[in-house]
Ligand binder design. Structure first.
Ligand code: ADP
Ligand code: MG
Length: 287
């Protein structure tokens, strides 16, 4: 277990809690890796972070070293049992200001079980609003979504104000994004008018391939200033870390993957600073 003793600089706190849903219905694009490492980086720089694992695979819980065997109090109990979030949160060992709401395999049937529930799209929003109204104070809430646009992801979009889309610098990177953006639009019009795509993160960038550059350029053309400047390189340390129940930042802080995630998280924090009016919106640099 690596506990970081080095005193880290503090990053700015947002004026109000920022709730970001990390979504992309494609699997394997870096949602979980991004959610976990951004959460860790923010927490290690003094911010209070809540990470909600909404994927039955529980990969985010694993990467944070959080207990999530079947039967562990989890997000399932919150969504389907009405249990308060406060009762199922666990603190990460390596960062006292990082709380994780674990997901267990119990969640695997939740998309279907939720279908017959009252206010099925609002369950997470209600639980989160209730939690944030208590003295639990968080600067950031990050929600890791499963690779689908089902009711779990819908709950995450309804509970959030911001969407963070990780895009893998690979073939077909933009394929399927229209569907995600369409879903976000539907949520904005019918369920949660506050929701906006504020942040796009390029992941698994391989500097040796021309393709990665082409994808990155195309994403920047399409999403403009929503795209974070730092790009996450493809780096084997990133994929090794979860096997040790760790984030790449605790596993190998000097790796290119860790550095990429710390830089990305810093930009997220800076964009959310009270004196920055951007919250991910276009920042004018021409004045
Ligand atoms: P998702 O949550 O979108 O399904 P993951 O975050 O689980 O995607 O990433 C998919 C796989 O790619 C995982 O095995 C992960 O460890 C690996 N991976 C993610 N980002 C990187 C990276 N920057 N470099 C190398 N491997 C990565
Ligand atoms: Mg995942």
């Amino acid at each position: 277990m690596h506990v970081l003793n080095v005193r880290q600089e503090s990053w700015p706190r947002p004026a109000a809690t920022r709730v970001l849903t990390v979504a992309n219905q494609k699997g394997g694009v870096g949602k979980t890796t991004s959610a976990v490492n951004i959460a860790a980086a923010l927490a290690m720089h003094g911010l209070r972070v809540l990470l909600l694992d909404l994927d039955p695979q529980g990969n985010a819980s694993t990467a944070l070293g959080i207990e999530h065997t079947v039967g562990t109090p989890s997000i399932y109990d919150v969504l389907l049992g009405g249990r308060p979030l406060a009762e199922v949160g666990q603190q990460a060992d390596f960062a006292p200001t990082l709380t994780c709401i674990p997901a267990t395999l119990d969640l695997a049937g939740a998309d279907i079980e939720l279908t017959s529930q009252v206010a099925r799209e609002y369950r997470l929003q209600r639980a989160l609003t209730a939690y944030l109204a208590t003295d639990a104070e968080f600067d950031y809430v990050l929600i890791d979504c499963p690779p689908s646009l089902g009711l779990l992801t819908l709950n995450a979009l309804v509970a959030a104000r911001e969407v963070l889309i990780p895009i893998q610098c690979e073939y077909y990177a933009l394929e399927g994004l229209a569907q995600l953006l369409n879903t976000v639009d539907l949520v904005t019009s019918h369920l949660n008018p506050e929701l906006k795509v504020t942040t796009v993160l390029l992941t698994m960038y391989d500097s040796r391939t021309r393709l990665a550059d082409q994808v990155a350029d195309e994403v920047r053309r399409h999403f403009g200033p929503l795209v974070l400047e730092p790009v996450i390189p493809r780096n084997v340390r990133v994929s090794e870390a979860p096997g040790f129940g760790q984030t790449v930042i605790t596993y190998d802080a000097g790796s290119r993957g860790a550095i990429g995630y710390v830089q990305a998280a810093r930009e997220i924090a800076e964009r959310g600073a009270p004196n920055s009016d951007s919250e991910g919106a276009p920042v004018s640099t021409s004045e």
